[in-house]
Write a protein that binds this ligand. Structure first.
Ligand code: UDP
Ligand code: MG
Length: 374
């Protein structure tokens, strides 16, 4: 029996990566027998041609599928048509021809001999972030497995075959990838990331594997569990660990993105790390509690010493400097503690508003479902 795998691809301004992603992933997936692939592209409010490219891809695959059902012989499906195609797979032309995107040789799609992977997509009303995009993809997924991959080919599609093999052989629920090197990444980013993982694993309720990326194959049960966690401030690395299920790890060397630039800024990464820490750790709250207790104890001891000194030795010259130092110290400490608590309350406030994780502007998912039902 053929099993279905949904390939979830969050895309934010990925017009320069999509052509190669489509080609290389198609080639990799076509080598895997017994599985049918369906791409779920999530356009995360891109301001470039990403959505247009995805739309065209979906339309072309639909045509290819239609023609395939009329003429079942795969060799003739969309054969080297007379209609000239654009130079790139998904060139900006409005009339993409089958020459390139669907292979001049008559293959339904490059690297997908005899099989036409379906292309579904959801486009957001604005940029909601990769976390929201992954959630939307998982929500839309209904295959036996779902695999999340970046569009910039930093997650090698060739590993998917290995992931499937591991999941099928070991019977585990998920197979995830972790980078063994951080080559091509700024040194400061690597150092901060390492520190974050150490801190997180020490003080949070969950264990996050160093180098873990969002490239992961999951079975239906795990996908359902993740979709069932509709929290607004999402930190998937934590959620994957929190839901449990058995996970096997495979390792890969980091590669540079094929085109475009990383969407992460230093500030964005810091915020992401803080999100993870606050979402999955109560340690900061406990820590400030202990700190508060200790300072109270210290000031009590200090008060007793001063009191005894006054009673035994008599009044000392008042020390303005030390008084001001103490006021400043405790003032700062109180503000720091309050702002940490405010961070938690702010998150609670955001969650209680119950705002959606993303807002959809356009999608072909419902059409796909109707087509399936027919
Ligand atoms: N991405 C997204 N929304 C965003 C930022 C990124 O959907 O707001 C997608 C992006 O298009 C890519 C993946 O998430 O497919 C990883 O992004 P990026 O390469 O910028 O991150 P990095 O690899 O540097 O961690
Ligand atoms: Mg990347």
């Amino acid at each position: 029996m053929i099993k279905h795998i949904d390939v979830i691809v969050p895309c934010y301004n990925e017009e320069s990566s999509l052509d190669r992603f489509w080609k290389e992933s198609g080639e990799a997936f076509s080598a895997i027998e017994g599985y049918e692939f369906r791409y779920i592209f999530i356009d995360d409010g891109s301001s470039d041609e990403t959505l247009q490219k995805i739309r065209r891809l979906a339309a072309l695959q639909e045509t290819a599928k239609g023609e395939a059902s009329d003429a079942p012989d795969p060799d003739t499906i969309l054969g080297a048509s007379d209609a000239p195609g654009p130079d790139t797979i998904l060139g900006t032309s409005d009339a993409p021809g089958p020459d390139t995107i669907l292979g001049a040789t008559g293959d339904p799609a490059p690297g997908n001999p005899g099989a036409c992977p379906q292309v579904s997509y959801i486009s957001f009303s604005r940029n909601f972030g990769k976390e929201a995009a992954m959630y939307a993809g998982l929500q839309a997924s209904d295959g036996d497995f779902a695999v999340i991959m970046d569009a910039d080919l930093q997650h090698p599609p060739q590993l998917v075959a290995e992931m499937i093999r591991i999941v099928e052989e070991t019977g585990c629920d998920s197979c995830a990838a972790r980078r063994v090197s951080r080559k091509g990444e700024p040194k400061i980013r690597s150092a901060l990331a390492r520190a974050f993982y150490k801190l997180m694993n020490r003080y949070s309720d969950i264990e996050i594997v160093d180098g873990a990326v969002d490239f992961r194959l999951m079975n239906r049960k795990m996908v359902k569990a993740i979709v069932g966690m509709p929290e607004n401030q999402r930190f998937s690395k934590g959620i994957f660990a929190w839901v449990g299920f058995s996970t096997e790890w495979i390792e890969f060397e980091n590669v540079r993105r094929i085109a475009g630039e990383s969407k992460w800024t230093m500030w964005g990464l810091m915020k992401y790390a803080l999100d993870g820490f606050i979402d999955f750790a109560e340690a900061p709250l406990k820590f400030v509690g202990v700190l508060g207790g200790l300072t109270t104890l210290c000031s009590a001891v200090y008060f007793i010493i001063e009191f005894l000194k006054t009673v035994i030795v008599g009044k000392d010259t008042p020390g303005y400097a030390s008084t001001i130092c103490l006021i400043l110290f405790f003032g700062g400490l109180i503000i720091a503690i309050l702002s940490l608590i405010a961070e938690y309350i702010g998150r609670m406030y955001m969650e209680t508003k119950g705002r959606p994780i993303y807002i959809e502007k356009e999608s072909n998912i419902d059409e796909d479902k109707e087509r399936k039902a027919d």
